[in-house]
Design a protein around this ligand. Structure first.
Ligand SMILES: [Zn+2]
Length: 367
């Protein structure tokens, strides 16, 4: 998470508290005591508001509370559905885990099985639950979260809104092979758990989208006056700015406006929304957001299983060495020249395992 201004004094105190958390080991009672007494994360609120305005990072609704909650993306004190998990307590004072939330999104009254409303609170499902971290010391990137992360651009691009303001999946970003094999749609789960379909949000989004259309129509006449208002609506600090951006992008008749704001939109107007090209290499799949660097892959051999890590350049880290391609890594792992790395390496998801060759085939063939 870049751009957050972190005062030195805040950092020093956070470091002290991280040490106190570390000193607790896995003693649940001691951890609870430190976390309950030291909500130091909340003191970074002004910097988070400064960065992204008075809006909730999950639902993008305006925050009217003068002290909006600072939520932990990875919950600090427990995980829904995993009773033995203590929560990601070691990330309690880690800025990269902070998200500004509205009361609703931060609230803890939830639980789908009981029929009560669902909110994020302690939910943190994974596409690869076997890789869930239980203590510090391992790279968090091994996990593939189900929930869309508001600070990851590639996650934000999965979400779309129809003209009535209802949240839905971007049709140009169909379910990834990993989602299909796990039987999970990250967008549907995020809509359900974040409550992105709750009453009121859709009308707020629709209002913003309507205004964008109206302002953009008149832009040709008196450019700067209307441009200023559009700039306000699409600014990251504005409530429902994603809906405003999507409204600009989605209408053919507004193509000229999209060109006008291309820099602010952070897009290349010539390629927005086009389906991705066919993937050939592991690095293509990482670029397409189908595979994630840092996750563990498992080689399945007759003699047993071999774990390796997927590197950002599409290579494989096996023990202390790294290999450029799946097959070179698979050969090193098995000592056999006859192994195809695409069939050898698998990713574990909720419902079992899926090989890299299946992932690539599914991606290239689509839904
Ligand atoms: Zn919210």
């Amino acid at each position: 998470m870049s751009g957050v201004i972190i005062p030195d004094a805040w950092s020093r105190r956070a470091d002290e508290l991280k040490q106190r958390v570390a000193d607790c080991g896995t003693d649940k009672k001691k951890l609870k005591e430190v976390l309950d007494k030291n909500s130091h994360w909340a003191r970074l609120r002004p910097s988070l508001v400064e960065l992204a305005g008075r809006k909730c990072w999950y639902c993008e609704g305006a925050v009217y509370n003068s002290r909006p909650p600072v939520d932990h993306f990875r919950p600090k004190s427990g995980v829904v559905g995993d009773l033995s998990h203590l929560g990601y307590y070691w990330l309690a004072y880690e800025v990269s885990n902070f998200r500004l939330a509205c009361e609703f999104c931060n609230s803890s009254t939830d639980d789908a099985p009981t029929g009560k409303r669902v909110t994020k609170s302690y939910h943190f499902p994974l596409l690869n639950p076997a890789a869930r971290l239980r203590m510090p010391g391992t790279d968090i990137e091994r996990e593939i979260p189900v929930l869309l992360d508001p600070v990851r651009q590639e996650d934000c691009e999965l979400l779309d809104f129809d003209t009535s303001g209802s949240a839905r999946r971007n049709v140009n970003r169909p379910r990834s092979p990993l989602e299909r094999v796990a039987g999970i749609c990250r967008v549907e789960e995020s809509i359900r758990i974040y409550g992105l379909d709750r009453p009121g949000l859709d009308t707020q989004r629709a209002g913003v989208m309507k205004e964008i259309g109206w302002q953009a129509k008149y832009l040709d006449g008196g450019l700067e006056e209307f441009a200023d208002r559009i700039r306000q609506l699409i600014a990251p600090q504005a409530p429902h700015s994603s809906a405003a951006l999507l409204a600009l992008r989605s209408r053919r008749d507004l193509a000229a406006v999209v060109d006008h704001f291309a820099d602010e939109l952070g897009i290349d107007p010539s390629r927005g929304g086009i389906l991705q090209a066919e993937a050939q290499t592991v690095s293509d799949l990482i670029d397409a957001g189908v595979l994630k660097a840092g996750v563990e892959v498992v080689g399945v051999a007759e003699f047993g299983e071999v774990p390796a890590l997927l590197l950002p350049d599409g290579g494989f880290e096996l023990g202390v060495r790294s290999y450029a391609t799946p097959t070179s890594a698979a050969r090193a792992a098995t000592g056999s020249p006859d192994v195809d790395g695409w069939d050898f390496w698998h990713i574990a998801v909720a419902s079992g395992r899926v090989s890299l060759s299946e992932i690539r085939r599914e991606f290239n063939e689509g839904d």
